[in-house]
Design a protein around this ligand. Structure first.
Ligand code: GLN
Length: 509
């Protein structure tokens, strides 16, 4: 099929020119997101909760609530974009809120801390889903360049995710945390400038405008919705800040289901609601649609398990790097760059591999790729567990283990995340594809609930802020060993289910 492009759009390097503006906007947005994330756990443990012996537990709980909300908000942001604002306004509003959040984070203080996280939660909700859909909208249905457009975009994400921890981590270490957070804000502003200049140069043609349903100008309580939405988004931040600050347990014991704070509770209720709603939708589907939808739910579930281990990088693994790894060249915050580094190196070879295997008729079906991805996650944690055997007399392990661990985890990510994203669109009935995309993003949100649970299990309780490596090594190694077993167990289950899932997928590869 020949490539098609909307006549009102200009082209560059064989792609719609708008792609390159979205690429740089997302690169800088992820720069701010991952620059801040690299510092977040260390900042909480060393500053916000410094006085608590249970500082790791508190940090794990806030990290989990923040991560859950930052991805769950994308469902709301996507919905409002579809029905009221359109993608341009949504991305712009999200970018402004995120920049605001990062700059507020540059101001020391506990109130500013939670408020800043809340602005990022709301901002990401408007920015992240809509810039991704924006990329898709630049291509007509069936345009063969779309996949490579998304590969280029995923590279942008990871260039931001690679550079930011290095720079923000360095600033945080040399000049103070708040300079690192401030640089994240500068990054987001740069992204906004790229996006704005794309609009000014009219590179998006007629894409991303508000829907043609009058909702944008419509008045509610005497105020036009185009004004009301940003005002409400802004005003929701204090409520979200309150949720984030309610990190203390309000009941329950040490089990995953028993551990409760308000955010955990909200997520459990939403989870049950979604399952009931999906059951209802499935009852209305044709048997063929139902089978595919069941597969879509399964791959979302497997993805949740994978992200649940993967997203430990910003919490437990950063703390492990700080306390137990003999780091060379970089510090603990900067180890957050390793995942994106490997993704940048590996994404093109792996997409070439799928192409090569397809030509030989050997490209594995999606469930097998997912089972392999989970196995790689398991092996990656097993490598970290093995590092304990090479610990020195201070309980410090060689850096090479962390590098190899991130290599394996990143290969696993490339076997699952981009593959799953495209399969969700293929497996969902057209009328609920946007909803299913929201559910897909919720897999990241729920993963943070898993991260919070694991983070609490692997928390080090100590009154000594510079707790010695010997005191922490055993907890981490035991934890990584257990995670490896769970991930490998999940992988075996997916392998066993794969022949059935493969059949249920019908013609979808
Ligand atoms: N690293 C990817 C990104 O930032 C995916 C993250 C996720 O969905 N958990 O876009």
């Amino acid at each position: 099929m020949t490539s098609q492009v909307n006549s009102s759009q200009q082209e560059m390097l064989g792609h719609p020119k708008g792609l390159f503006y979205l690429f740089f906007a997302e690169l800088w947005e992820r720069f701010s997101f991952y620059g801040m994330r690299a510092l977040l756990t260390l900042y909480m443990v060393n500053e916000v909760f410094e006085a608590l012996a249970t500082r790791d537990i508190a940090a794990a709980a806030v990290y989990a609530s923040y991560g859950s909300l930052v991805y769950a908000s994308t469902v709301v942001g996507g919905r409002i974009s579809d029905s009221i604002l359109g993608m341009r306004q949504s991305v712009f509003l999200g970018g402004v809120l995120m920049a605001l959040g990062h700059f507020v984070l540059a101001i020391p203080g506990n109130v500013t801390f939670y408020l800043a996280l809340a602005f990022i939660v709301v901002g990401n909700g408007f920015f992240k889903p809509n810039i991704s859909t924006f990329v898709g909208s630049l291509y007509k249905d069936g345009d063969t360049r779309k996949d490579s457009g998304f590969t280029i975009f995923y590279m942008g994400i990871n260039i931001g995710g690679f550079v930011a921890p290095l720079l923000c981590g360095w600033l945080g270490r040399e000049y103070g945390w708040h300079y690192g957070f401030g640089l994240a804000g500068v990054g987001m502003l740069t992204g906004l400038i790229f996006f704005w200049s794309g609009i000014k140069k009219n590179v998006f043609g007629d894409k991303g405008l508000p829907p043609n349903n009058g909702a944008y100008e419509k008045r509610v309580f005497g105020v036009q919705q185009k004004i009301l939405v940003p005002v409400l988004a802004f005003l929701s931040a204090p409520a979200i800040a309150y949720l984030l600050s309610s990190y203390q347990d309000i009941g329950g014991g040490g089990t995953f289901l028993g551990e409760q704070n308000i955010v955990n509770l909200i997520f459990k209720i939403i989870g049950v609601g979604i399952l009931i709603y999906l059951g209802y939708i499935m009852s209305k589907c044709t048997p063929e649609e139902r089978k595919k939808l069941i597969v879509a739910v399964f791959i979302t579930l497997f993805m949740t398990i994978f992200w649940g281990f993967h997203e430990l990088s910003g919490s437990v693994i950063t703390l492990f790097a700080a306390r137990n790894v003999n780091l060379v060249w970089i510090d603990a915050a900067q180890t957050n760059a390793l995942n994106s580094m490997w993704i940048i190196i590996l994404s093109i070879p792996i997409s070439l591999l799928w192409g090569y295997l397809s030509r030989k008729n050997l490209n594995p079906r999606t469930p097998y790729k997912f089972a392999t991805g989970l196995a790689l996650a398991g092996i990656s944690f097993y490598i970290l567990a093995l590092s304990g055997n090479s610990a020195d007399e201070n309980g410090m392990v060689p850096f090479s283990y962390l590098i190899v661990m991130y290599f394996l985890l990143s290969v696993g990510e490339l076997f699952m995340s981009p593959v799953g994203l495209s399969k969700i669109t293929d497996l969902s009935p057209k009328r609920i594809v946007a909803f299913m995309m929201g559910v897909w993003f919720l897999s990241s949100a729920y993963a943070f609930q898993v991260v919070g649970f694991i983070g609490k299990q692997l928390a080090i309780e100590s009154t000594d802020i510079n707790v010695s490596g010997l005191a922490t090594l055993g907890t981490y190694i035991g934890g990584f060993d257990l995670i490896a077993k769970y991930a490998l167990g999940a992988s075996v289950i997916v392998f066993i289910l794969s022949p059935i899932l493969k059949r249920m997928m019908g013609n979808v590869h």
